[in-house]
Design a protein around this ligand. Structure first.
Ligand SMILES: Cc1cc2nc3c(=O)[nH]c(=O)nc-3n(C[C@H](O)[C@H](O)[C@H](O)COP(=O)(O)OP(=O)(O)OC[C@H]3O[C@@H](n4cnc5c(N)ncnc54)[C@H](O)[C@@H]3O)c2cc1C
Length: 407
């Protein structure tokens, strides 16, 4: 049986795990990534269904890792405005980057573009990749972790990080439970063309069955995330294209003109999920393995990048103090840095979702007053904008100014 020894083993090389791997390797930790699927490195011109709204804090982190330029060169769409409006069409908020003296409010990027840029940085950073590869057994304690892989090899690590997504196998194997609740919503995702063009604007409309988000892409395309009742989501995926286009254009109140489907549609079940703890001796959870939130404010992977940044800070400081990476004292610092913010964001999204899906008249009035008022009161608007930009939380070093380890 072959055996490898590393400081940190990361299970899951998605956006969060890959970013963490590059950051740690650039800081001279030895790192192995175990990933079940080799992500695609090439594709045709069409858009992928999975995209993310990337905040300024995440952009900085990716820039400090040296991959943002490659992401922009590949395909990233900045947006300068955001319109949010309510179902009856009375309440409305408009966000404008110019009010904040910012060039934009964020970027819409395909998940696969981010993953490819990070995987291309593995070599120069010195990350060892095991993919496609599965995990068979795992033992972890304060002295570290032993991972047995499907190919019979073993990795011994000072710390194992679960970055293996919402259904984390690592989390299950080490016995960390989750508090979870399915939403009565599925998200329909698709790429559409907008008659009135991109206008560097993201749109979100709250409707009784869930929010509809339209995220701008290049060439007047938009990525839609349409959260609705599961039966309706299944229906929307199956509808003849012309009928789908008509329903979507109607749901958007034709604010972008006629919307026409490009390519396929898919539906994802939505859930609220939070791990009971993020750490235990020799183990840390990051990204969706730790928390899953409603996509209505597009915060999921942004929270995951902040987790990765906070874990990097905790591990670097722990090393400076002569502590092992799996020591609970080191890992608790990471958990303290992130749990409160993730919980607050999760509750805020859940509250929004419930407020806007409730049909009672009083709530409807409150919503309209709320949105109308928020639109008028400058400080509240500023607060919304700072969340959109990913500020308003103590940021890890990697999400602050220029901080490149290899610079
Ligand atoms: C419809 C929808 C829209 C969204 N829009 C946004 C948005 O606009 N902005 C935003 O910030 N977030 C958004 N999100 C959330 C975002 O997609 C997730 O938060 C993000 O993908 C989490 O990244 P991750 O790296 O933690 O996990 P994942 O992306 O799930 O990656 C996990 C990785 O681990 C691998 N893996 C899994 N199990 C194993 C195993 N046992 N062994 C080895 N490898 C394994 C997988 O192959 C995968 O590569 C959205 C989510 C949905 C459903």
């Amino acid at each position: 049986m072959t055996e490898q020894r590393v400081d940190i083993a990361i299970v899951g090389g998605g956006m969060v795990g890959a970013a963490l791997a590059v950051a740690l390797a650039q800081r001279d930790f030895s790192v192995a990534v175990v990933e079940a699927r080799v992500p695609p490195q090439a594709w045709d011109d069409g858009y992928d269904l999975r995209v993310s709204a990337i905040t300024r804090a995440s952009q900085r982190l990716l820039d400090n890792l040296g991959v943002w330029a490659a992401i922009v060169a590949d395909r990233a769409t900045p947006y300068r405005h955001m319109h949010v409006w309510d179902r009856p069409g009375i309440g409305e908020i408009h966000f404008d980057a110019a009010d904040l003296a910012e060039p934009d409010l964020g970027h819409i990027v395909e998940n696969r573009v981010i993953v490819r840029a990070l995987w291309q940085a593995f070599d120069s950073a010195g990350v060892d990749v095991r993919a496609p590869e599965g995990l068979r057994r795992l033992h972890a304690d304060a002295d570290g972790a032993v991972l047995q892989l499907d190919d019979q090899s073993e990795i011994r690590a000072g710390l194992v990080v679960a970055a293996d997504g919402a259904r984390s196998q690592v989390r299950d194997l080490v016995g960390i439970a989750t508090r979870h609740e399915p939403y009565d919503q599925h998200a329909v995702v698709a790429t559409v063309h907008a008659e009135l063009g991109n206008r560097a604007t993201a749109w979100q409309r709250f409707m009784r069955d869930g929010p509809l988000a339209l995220l701008p892409l290049q060439r007047d395309h938009f990525s839609i995330v349409w959260s609705t009742h599961p039966d309706d989501a299944a229906h929307l995926v199956e509808l003849p294209v012309d009928d789908f286009n008509a329903r979507l254009t109607d749901a958007s109140e034709a604010r972008l003109g006629a919307l026409t489907l490009q390519g396929r549609r898919a539906a994802f079940p939505l859930r609220l999920q939070h791990a009971e703890r993020y750490v235990q001796p020799g183990v840390a959870l990051v990204g969706d393995a730790a928390h899953v939130i409603h996509p209505l404010a597009g915060q999921g992977v942004n929270l995951g990048f902040l987790d990765a940044g906070a874990l990097v800070d905790a591990l670097c400081d722990g090393r400076d103090a002569g502590r092992a990476p799996g020591a609970l004292r080191v890992l608790r610092r990471y958990e303290r840095a992130r749990r409160g913010h993730n919980t607050a964001t999760q509750l805020a999204m859940d509250g929004f979702k419930r407020l806007f899906s409730n049909d009672r008249v009083a709530l409807s009035l409150l919503r309209n007053v709320g949105l109308g008022t928020a639109g008028r009161i400058a400080p509240l608007r500023r607060l919304f904008e700072r969340v959109a930009l990913g500020y308003g939380v103590e940021l890890p070093s990697l999400s602050r100014g220029a901080h490149r380890a290899d610079a």
